[in-house]
Write a protein that binds this ligand. Structure first.
Ligand code: ATP
Ligand code: MG
Length: 354
């Protein structure tokens, strides 16, 4: 007989600088880590969200599965940046079925792409009985981007079953790890190599999301130019390595700070926009920084000072159990902020028809 069975998925975050994979197991007391992998990609593999070298990405995915002996073939992945538009729209209240028919027409007003080039997803967030209106979350993803991301997964012999959005995966990781109280408002940031995703969450409800094309590559670029370094040298200097004949600490920190200032300005603009547009926008209690670039020297301190609020690095394994005989504590702690999106994807389960 046909039936639906819930199966676990491997969360695969295809970032422009690295692939991140996580598999979790749901137990009676919460999630437990089954597999984790981090695999760097060459810097010209994914440019502007576009996978240039499909074979390199699919080979890297295959390698993760074989190195880690992963048995699960179902994969959840996500998109970010220009390929995704997330909008909260106000519509007159109507039954779900009517909305399903109407949403295509409604979306045309809000989506700056040809509506035939995107996949649309929508969800009713709330109804207001007084005004007879409802808030609807509208998500549009470019079809060609979805096709690229699913292609590399299929080419690696795996099954792409979920395509999510980075900002929402980040929120999932936050919910499982931080058990948020309903009236707490947190700005979640994932600062990767080329994209910074922001999701402002109140309790477990997303009230604002935005992706900005900025991230860790800007630090590397500036160090490369100012100190006349190769990409690899600049990357390791950024991570705190001392290359004595190339650069001194007095040159490095000011260069890092100037990029942190630029990122902070982008965040400031986003928060200003949020306050100006979100209805009853609540005060933000704190900021949590995920993504590899959250580890840039003094970035958390810089943002805490700039925004006058607590800023902490995101801990992707805060509430996830792991067997210390299988996983090195130090390794997990080091990779923890980088793995947020992959963890958020891994908590999804695929409904697979048997
Ligand atoms: N210890 C560190 N200090 C500073 N920067 C770091 C450190 N470790 C990693 N990074 C930077 O973090 C970035 C990679 O982070 P992450 O894996 O979150 O990005 P990504 O998902 O590949 O990129 P994107 O989401 O933008 O496509 C790189 O720019 C890398 O140089
Ligand atoms: Mg990323």
């Amino acid at each position: 007989m046909l039936g639906k069975k819930k199966k676990s998925v491997v969360g695969l975050d295809i970032g422009s600088s690295a692939l991140k994979a996580v598999e979790l197991k749901q137990t009676r007391t919460g999630f437990e880590l089954v597999h984790i992998a981090h695999q760097n990609l060459q810097s010209d593999t994914i440019v502007d969200g576009h996978i240039i070298d499909l074979n390199h990405v699919s080979d890297s995915i295959s390698r993760i599965w074989s190195d880690q002996h992963i048995k699960t073939d179902q994969v959840a992945t996500s998109l970010s940046g220009h390929a995704v538009i997330v909008k909260k729209i106000l519509l007159p209240s109507m039954p779900e079925e009517e909305l399903d028919e109407q949403i295509h027409w409604e979306a045309e007003q809000y989506i700056p792409f040809d509506i035939n080039d995107v996949n649309l997803y929508h969800e009713i967030i709330s109804h207001d009985a007084m005004s007879q209106n409802m808030d609807v979350l509208l998500v549009a993803c470019k079809r060609d981007k979805i096709a690229q991301f699913t292609q590399v997964i299929s080419q690696a012999g795996k099954q792409p079953v979920i395509v999510d959005v980075d900002a929402f995966a980040l929120q999932n990781a936050y919910e499982v790890n931080y058990n948020p109280s309903p009236n707490q408002t947190v700005a979640l940031l994932d600062i990767g190599a080329s994209v910074m995703s922001i999701n402002i969450v109140r309790g477990v409800t997303s009230i604002f999301t935005r992706d900005i094309s900025a991230g860790g590559n800007q630090y590397t670029d500036l160090l490369q130019k100012e100190l006349n370094l190769t990409f690899e040298q600049a990357e390791s200097v950024k991570r705190g390595a001392t290359l004595d004949q190339h650069a001194s600490a007095e040159q490095i920190q000011p260069a890092l700070d100037s990029v942190s200032e630029m990122l902070a300005l982008e965040i400031q603009r986003t928060l200003d926009f949020f306050r100006a547009t979100a209805v009853d926008s609540p005060a933000i209690d704190r900021m949590l920084l995920a993504g590899g670039s959250s580890k840039v020297s003094e970035l958390t301190e810089y943002l805490a000072d700039k925004f006058q609020m607590p800023v902490e690095r995101f801990d992707s394994f805060r509430s996830i159990k792991f067997d210390p005989k299988k996983f090195d504590d130090e390794y997990l702690r080091e990779l923890s902020p980088n793995m947020a999106v992959a963890v958020g994807l891994a908590v999804r389960v695929a409904e697979v028809v048997q």
